[in-house]
Design a protein around this ligand. Structure first.
Ligand SMILES: [Zn+2]
Length: 270
């Protein structure tokens, strides 16, 4: 848990955990020798992957962005978001809004947690926001169990809100459609007192995606769209001097982009 002041509000990164994952999935369209020149893997070809999500202490709202792996703990390595949340001193029932950047399991499995044989919302009074395009994509034919367990259940409880397009949710928080990783993938823009932060979701999975915006992961549903989305979003981030949260960068996954002669470079904040 790490707090970054942003104007008059607080941006807290909640660390769901780190586990090792095969690196080649993140550079799916890149010859192995090319990405290996930049990435040190272990003997199994794996690298540590962070899972950094967020709590925004806005002036009149507590907003969680993505909920992590929940009960899917990978042997205790992930699923720590709620413990991290509790360390902030806030109460779970005071969270009014959860924003889901997209429908993949590592971002939504903490929506509903199994307790005493019943799945219950982790934030019992929140409304959970997801882009309608992702609701339709992930709820389509052959959908995965976490759609039913983590999204459809919330819908049945009347707690899901499906959003279309760019939208301002509070004076400090707005949504930007950033498709490519998934059809409804959403970047969260947080603003206060002239300062801006972008919660990037999976626009990027690895800091190398900033310097190589045409390198895309195997998990992108529309990989042809990803480089175009990155091009305008990275330029916007530089123009706004935005603080960035890159969920899968090493913890806490926070940094800024700098424009260079070759493109963009990731400047992590320590
Ligand atoms: Zn992810």
């Amino acid at each position: 848990m790490q707090k970054f002041p942003l104007g008059r509000i607080g941006l807290i990164v909640l660390d769901d955990g780190t586990w090792r994952f095969p690196a080649h999935f993140f550079f799916d369209n890149v010859p192995e020798a090319e990405w290996r020149a930049h990435v040190a893997t272990d003997a199994e070809g794996k690298i540590p992957v962070g899972h950094n999500y967020a709590l925004v202490e806005a002036e009149n709202a507590l907003v969680v962005i993505d909920t992590g792996y929940g009960d899917d703990t990978h042997g205790g390595k992930t699923g720590h978001l709620l413990e991290e949340f509790d360390r902030t001193g806030h109460r779970r029932e005071d969270v009014g809004m959860v924003i889901l950047t997209h429908g993949h399991g590592d971002h939504i499995k903490g929506n509903m947690l199994m307790r005493d044989g019943i799945r219950r919302p982790a934030f019992p009074r929140a409304r959970y926001h997801l882009a309608r395009a992702d609701w339709e994509w992930f709820g389509g034919p052959g959908h995965v169990p976490e759609f039913d367990e983590q999204l459809a259940t919330l819908e049945q409880l009347g707690m899901m809100v499906l959003d279309d397009g760019a939208l301002r949710l509070t004076p400090e928080i707005s949504l930007l459609p950033t498709p490519g990783h998934t059809p409804g993938h959403t970047t969260v823009v947080i603003e206060s007192d002239g300062q801006t932060a972008f919660f990037l979701g999976d626009v990027c999975h690895h800091p190398l995606h900033f310097s190589h915006p045409d390198w895309v992961s195997a998990f992108d549903t529309h990989p042809g769209t990803t480089p175009r989305t990155r091009a305008w979003l990275f330029n916007l981030a530089v123009a706004r001097d935005a603080l960035l949260v890159c969920p899968h960068a090493p913890s806490p996954g926070v940094g800024r982009l700098r424009k260079t002669a070759e493109g963009f470079s990731w400047q992590p904040l320590q």
